[in-house]
Design a protein around this ligand. Structure first.
Ligand SMILES: *Cc1c(COP(=O)(O)O)cnc(C)c1O
Length: 401
């Protein structure tokens, strides 16, 4: 091999990183070492649900850190049991498996669904139906589930057993179900795909189809969960509960934590030895997970999220009216909002950042706004002023082009 190039980053080149780094955060704000301040409407891509350095989370992590970090799932972990019970009490679920990431939560969900059918004497039922525009993670199985060519290319044969259907196409869904179908997998709002909400009526129709055909319904609520849409989980707006659900991102508030939630029946095949994890649900992670739930399950918390979301939505509608040449539409649910742009979305993300506001690009030329759930009306007002300033600049440069 050649000698090592001197200026080459020692990190894989997989990320197109913005040229900025942060030293500390507080609430919805991030600060660079030079003292520059940003309003964080990226929130680590819907991870920092309670913003940065939330005192309750800091205390939970510090208290746990001075007692016990890790012991392995060879032993009972009381914080895990408690977090699982609380998640079950607040949802459809009765059983929980903890992971470190979203993709792992999805892997567990997929394995649970196949294993359910295997356990019921139907080992041929392995096919998982998914939808165009979906994003389910970057492992070999979850890129197959997501079905996006750009993520599959060059990684060998696509993991079999995933059938992708056109988004919201009921006829295609009806036609795709057969004796080999195991489950239907869907995000209640597509996140990476461009903030595309699935109508409640479609989720209810999927629920019916699953019941009629003995299929399991899997929700990917990795991005939509933990209050992001103004309810603890997005499916709770629709009344169509799943059998299995993958969560991650917000549940750890910045500590790596995910989970697969399931009904007792759906989890029946996952017997001793069928699945495992070294780090998943370790004492540090579940201490923070419990602390996140302390806050988001507090009386009135979701009402405040819904109010902030409504205010942001109204402000964005005004922004859209003011810049019809740059903005096509505003879409999304709760604090999972998207600006569909008429100019390249990365230009808008860059202009926002230069104005001191962080956002995230998504599919379909959308700019994602995912503020921490604790965002205040004043924060929103300030963020929208930054968006106006950025849009005005963009409008002027577009004219010159
Ligand atoms: C982020 C995300 C994932 C993947 O989570 P990782 O923690 O990056 O593995 C899967 N599905 C959805 C909907 C996501 O937003």
């Amino acid at each position: 091999m050649s000698s090592k190039p001197a200026n080459e980053s020692a990190i894989f080149n997989t990320f197109a990183r913005a040229p900025v780094s942060f030293e500390r955060g507080e609430g919805v704000r991030l600060f660079t070492e030079q003292g520059d301040e940003y309003i964080d409407f990226a929130a680590g891509i819907a991870v920092n649900a309670l913003g940065h350095a939330h005192p309750h989370l800091v205390k939970a992590l510090n208290d746990q850190a001075s007692k016990l970090w890790h012991v392995s799932n060879l032993y009972e972990i009381p914080g895990q049991e408690m977090l699982a019970k609380r998640l079950c009490n607040a949802t459809f679920a009765e059983k929980v498996f903890f992971t470190n990431s979203g993709a792992e939560a999805l892997e567990c969900s997929l394995k649970t669904a196949r294993r359910f059918h295997f356990n019921n004497g139907n080992p041929e039922r392995v096919e998982i139906l998914t939808f165009e525009g979906a994003f389910h993670g970057r492992t070999l199985a979850t890129i197959a589930a997501g079905g996006q060519e750009k993520y599959l290319e060059g990684f060998g044969e696509k993991t079999p057993g995933f059938i992708q259907l056109p988004f919201l196409d009921e006829d295609a869904l009806d036609a795709a179900i057969n004796e080999n179908t195991a489950a239907i997998l869907i995000e209640p709002v597509q996140g990476e795909g461009g903030i595309r909400p699935v109508p409640a009526s479609f989720l209810r129709r999927i629920r019916e189809l699953c019941d009629e055909n003995g299929l399991l319904l899997i929700y990917d609520e990795i991005q939509t969960g933990v209050g992001r849409t103004g309810k603890l989980f997005a499916y709770q707006w629709s009344g169509a509960a799943p059998d299995i659900m993958a969560i991650a991102k917000g549940i750890g508030g910045g500590f790596p934590l995910g989970a697969c939630l399931a009904t007792i029946e759906a989890a029946e095949g996952m017997t001793v030895g069928t699945h495992g994890t070294t780090f998943g649900g370790n004492p540090l992670a579940v201490a923070v997970g419990n602390a996140v739930l302390d806050v988001v399950l507090e009386e009135g918390f979701m009402d405040r999220v819904q109010q902030s979301a409504l205010y942001l939505r109204q402000q964005l509608a005004e922004l859209s009216d003011a810049f019809p040449d740059l903005i096509e539409e505003i879409r999304g649910e709760g604090l999972l909002l998207g600006i569909k742009c008429k100019i390249p979305n990365v230009k808008v993300v860059t202009a926002f950042r230069e104005a001191g506001l962080l956002s995230v690009p998504a599919g379909e030329n959308v700019v994602r706004l995912l503020p921490p759930l604790i965002v205040s009306v004043d924060d929103i007002r300030e963020a929208v002023e930054k968006m106006q300033a950025a849009m005005t600049k963009l409008k002027n440069t577009e004219k010159q082009d």
